[in-house]
Ligand binder design. Structure first.
Ligand code: ACO
Ligand code: LMR
Length: 604
């Protein structure tokens, strides 16, 4: 890996840490990234499907997933995992991601991961070729390309520290706070940084100074490096070795903080877990001396660091290694932003002409477009352009269920309501409210139960037994007047259409074996029109390439009954208009058609 991140890098963010994610997206907007740097969020306990964030003045939806595996499956290109899990779960989250594969780098923010686990985790990642940044870090940044969470601070600070575009310095620190301080110093005394990593303050971190510096050596954008080491540990000696052996040739400016330790009588533990010298060689003073001897630019004190940076930068500028960087155009994140209350993902009325899923109405409305109501439904209900066989099937369903005479529950109710003097819409909704599990609204149930049986390999007899145990009649089976002897020709028509035009009808084939069994018990227990529609819609969606999860979601949200609702509205309105045309008086049900059984109420 030559560069840690590019302008196309996308991350999966583990934990819905809204402030940190918003900071990343504000950064993306500022540097004019084409895609948001956070592709997905893993939020195991959330029931939500997305989280809204600002992208400049607008808002975008970032999808939420229950697990890293699901997020990675949906966003295979996101090759960075930002592990913001607590110290209790961070190890498991990293190990799972390493095992899943497909991540080039994993950043672990948690502080306090047990050292034994941290070592195991770092080793596993190293073996798998994954760069781990952290634990106990604010992360890393490739200015102008990708920034992790809170590194660099607020957007104002980022622009002030020139972290919005690539400079020439490769910056490596342990601490996040000093990282910000140094990027500011480098912005003032040089031209900013090309890549920066705060490796984290724990004793055992994933990628150490040398890992990052060897990568920066290969990165053509990095012209020199600034290393801020610390008292404790021997990692700086690996850098010294690399310089001596010629593995690192780019100029390095380095300083180890903690030189004050020598003024204390006993060993001092600084803020970081790793910041304590266990031997003379681990003291800041010894390391500074050794680095200077190896030819690394080591200032006389931390206060002289800016001066040294300026000198090295000026030399590199003078000898042509570094050229002046043109300042890029950036976007300004608005100060005041208002979150939107509603979201619409199907149609848009803001332009000259409203669109259905991106298609102007005129492109689907008139006969010359060749589009029908099936196309309009596929756009507005499913946000997809279905192939002709599928849109034709949808239209066939609508036409098939448009009406079934005045005697059926819904039509009867609509007629009675119209005759009570109610309006078309009032009478229509009365009819519509009759649609339910027994009448017209068994389509979702049929799809759900037959799919369950087929998915689980139940034989028809096992399926019947299962439904008996559930205590519900099989949705999609049975009809009041239709039977083997009086077949429902609507069902025959739908089956014929499917056999002719569907690529395959596995669920219908299964349902027909169930029907054989139910009709052998009672001849009206046929696969009815609701059942046929539900089952064939599943076959249609499978053939269209939907996943099982997507199909299950269509079913659970009531999508299938909606075909009956729209189709039968045509018939209901017909009956209502019929009543109005005939100027029918109010209906009163004949009393002789009612069994009155009303005993005198007991006194209690
Ligand atoms: N699954 C299992 N057994 C059934 C089913 C079924 N879907 N439907 C009826 N039976 C059995 C009943 O248990 C009853 O058995 P029993 O005689 O041993 O007591 C017998 O058949 C008659 O039951 P009814 O409810 O009187 O049947 P009816 O023919 O009057 O009802 C109805 C028709 C309501 C459609 C019924 O079959 C049913 O509830 N089906 C499931 C729901 C459904 O698919 N509705 C959509 C119908 S199509 C449309 O509305 C456009
Ligand atoms: C319908 O389409 O309304 C029916 O199948 C119900 C019925 O009883 O005819």
């Amino acid at each position: 890996m030559e560069k840690l991140y590019t302008k196309d890098t996308q991350a999966i963010f583990w934990n819905n840490n809204k402030t940190a994610i918003q900071r990343m997206l504000d950064y993306d907007y500022t540097i004019q990234r084409k895609t948001p740097s956070v592709a997905a969020i893993v939020a195991p306990t959330s029931g939500n499907k997305f989280e809204k964030f600002f992208y400049g003045p607008d808002e975008i939806m970032v999808p939420l997933f229950k697990s890293t595996a699901e997020a990675k499956k949906a966003h295979p290109n996101a090759d960075v995992l930002l592990n913001f899990a607590s110290f209790r779960t961070a190890y498991d989250v990293t190990m799972e991601a390493v095992e899943l594969g497909g991540f080039k780098s994993i950043m672990v923010t948690a502080e306090g991961i047990p050292e034994r686990l941290a070592r195991k985790m770092n080793n596993a990642a190293r073996k798998a070729g994954v760069t781990v940044i952290g634990p106990a870090t604010v992360g890393a940044i490739v200015p102008g390309a990708f920034k992790i969470a809170n590194i660099g601070g607020t957007i104002e600070n980022i622009v002030n520290s020139k972290l919005h575009r690539a400079g020439s310095c490769g910056l490596i620190t342990r601490s996040g706070g000093l990282f910000n301080e140094l990027s500011n110093i480098i912005a003032i005394n040089a031209d900013g940084i090309a890549e920066g990593v705060a490796i984290g303050g724990d004793r055992f971190v994933g990628s150490v100074f040398i890992d990052n510096m060897l990568r920066m050596e290969k990165n053509p954008d990095v012209k020199y490096m600034v290393l801020l080491g610390e008292v404790g540990g021997t990692e700086e000696y690996k850098v010294i070795e690399a310089v001596k052996s010629g593995k690192i040739t780019k100029p390095i400016i380095a300083w180890c903080i903690g030189t004050i330790a020598k003024h204390f009588s006993s060993g001092v533990q600084f803020g970081h877990a790793g910041a304590s010298a266990n031997a003379d060689a681990e003291t800041a003073a010894a390391k500074n001396k050794a680095m200077a001897e190896a030819g690394i630019h080591v200032p006389a004190s931390f206060n002289d660091l800016p001066k040294t940076i300026k000198e090295v930068y000026t030399d590199l500028l003078a000898n042509g290694t570094i050229s002046k960087i043109p300042e890029p155009v950036i976007n300004t994140v608005p100060k005041v932003r208002r979150s939107k209350e509603f979201i619409c993902t199907i149609s848009d009325d803001r332009g000259d002409e409203a669109t259905y899923a991106g298609f102007p109405i005129s492109s689907v409305a008139t006969p010359d477009t060749g589009k029908g109501i099936g196309d309009v439904i596929s756009l507005l209900w499913f946000k997809k352009q279905y192939p002709e066989w599928a849109t034709q099937f949808i239209e066939t369903v609508m036409k098939t269920v448009a009406d079934h005479g005045p005697a059926v529950s819904g039509a009867h109710n609509a007629k009675v309501t119209a005759r009570a003097g109610k309006s078309v819409v009032e009478a229509l909704v009365t009819g519509l409210l009759t649609i339910g599990p027994r009448f017209g609204g068994a389509i979702d149930g049929a799809a759900q139960h037959f799919k369950y049986a087929d998915d689980n390999g139940l034989t028809p007899a096992e399926f019947l037994g299962h439904m008996k145990k559930e205590g519900i009649p099989i949705p999609g089976i049975g009809h009041r007047i239709k039977s083997l002897k009086n077949p429902d020709l609507r069902v025959e028509g739908l089956k014929k259409f499917a056999k002719e035009y569907f690529p395959a009808t596995p669920l219908l084939d299964y349902a027909l074996t169930v029907e054989q069994l139910t009709t052998s018990k009672k001849e009206n227990l046929i696969l009815n029109v609701d059942g046929t529609i539900g089952i064939l819609m599943v076959d249609m969606w499978r053939a269209l390439g939907y996943t099982e999860d997507e199909i299950n979601e269509f079913i659970s949200s009531g999508t299938l009954n909606a075909f009956f609702i729209v189709g039968r509205s045509i018939g209901f309105i017909g009956h209502i208009l019929d009543e109005k045309r005939l100027a029918m008086p109010m209906y009163r049900h004949p009393m002789d058609d009612i069994l009155y059984d009303v005993p005198v109420a007991e006194k209690i």
